[in-house]
Design a protein around this ligand. Structure first.
Ligand code: NDP
Length: 285
């Protein structure tokens, strides 16, 4: 019997590190090793000018799929054969999956966040405040709204991006979504259940950065979630913990989007614990 070796490369234009230090590669390969899966996940740097050729190559070599990161998440859509439901609504793809002879684009960022959130609270019927209106916020907003959050407030620095996300969510999901421009320290209203940082504030190397937020407005009955994976213990995470909130760090989202991607490609549900441990080693958590 021959063993099949499947390559699951990440088509990315943004990683500058060699593969051995790439956190996603390390995380996915840790799961493969742990489960004895004869699969490989490699990182390749592909800019927009070569994206079409790279996807054609993946297709020609029968790759089971690949991830793509900025700036390829939207551009890749023109080279694949279809989109999963939430990727269609979000308008961006971070995970491509070969199904039969077709390459289908999925978005696992929001799904990863949702899986992580659902471990501490069911978003159905909840009131959510989310900082940010970029790609991560878009993916999270769509999944949280489709999971039944009834009220979502988008708080963003730039008005145009904020209003665009609000319009998308009101148009494509049943949630009632409003916008507030982020000007000075934001106070979270009583009755809010979930507070999410979906901005890049706090990401390495700007680890001292803080959200413009009135910390006294956070209360112990709120769930607070940060998307920043590196470092996992951001100032937002620490400040929310100090106020007694239930806190989710960005590693949960990263690990869970990895689990979903591996499920799509291999059909195997892997242990998130080994993936988280590898990331903690890398990020010194
Ligand atoms: P984008 O560039 O698309 O969006 C960035 C967002 O952050 C925008 O809303 C932007 O506001 C806001 N922002 C950035 N700096 C500031 C600031 N100083 N003050 C106020 N707002 C600010 O990035 P993404 O959405 O793709 O990624 C955001 C973060 O999510 C990244 O740090 C990334 O690492 C993380 N992420 C984590 C994942 C995980 O698995 N844990 C998965 C995907 C992303 P404005 O519109 O005004 O510019």
């Amino acid at each position: 019997m021959t063993e099949e070796l499947n390559f699951l490369p990440s088509l990315t234009g943004s990683f500058a590190k060699p593969a051995a230090e790439n956190p996603t590669v390390e995380m996915v390969e840790a799961a493969y090793r742990h489960h004895g899966l004869h699969w490989r996940y490699i990182n390749t740097e592909v800019g927009p000018e070569n994206l079409g050729a790279a996807v054609a190559g993946a297709r020609a070599m029968n790759w089971a799929g690949f991830n793509c990161s900025l700036p390829n998440k939207v551009e890749v859509i023109q080279y694949i054969d279809g989109l999963g439901e939430s990727a269609e609504v979000i308008g961006a793809v971070n995970c491509v999956v070969r199904r039969g002879d077709k390459l289908i684009g999925e978005n696992t960022d929001g799904k990863g966040f949702l899986k992580s959130l659902e471990k501490v609270v069911d978003p159905a019927g909840k009131r959510v405040v989310m900082f940010g209106a970029g790609g991560a916020a878009r993916a999270i907003g769509v999944e949280v709204a489709l999971a039944g959050a009834t009220h979502i407030k988008i708080v963003n620095r730039s008005k145009d991006r904020g209003l665009e996300l609000v319009a998308l969510l009101n148009d494509k999901t049943p949630a009632e979504v409003i916008f507030e421009k982020w000007d000075g320290d934001y106070s979270v209203a009583n009755g809010v259940d979930v507070v999410i940082n979906a901005t890049s504030i706090g990401l390495y190397p700007d680890i001292d950065a803080r959200l413009a937020l009135n910390l006294d407005s956070l209360s112990a009955d709120m769930v607070v979630a940060d998307v920043i994976p590196n470092p996992p213990r951001t100032n937002f995470v620490k400040d929310a913990e100090a106020r007694g909130c239930k806190v989710l760090d960005g590693l949960g989202m990263l690990v869970n989007q990895g689990i979903t991607g591996i499920e799509y490609w291999t059909g195997v549900t892997v242990d998130g614990g080994v993936m988280r441990t590898r990331l903690e080693e890398l990020f010194g958590a």
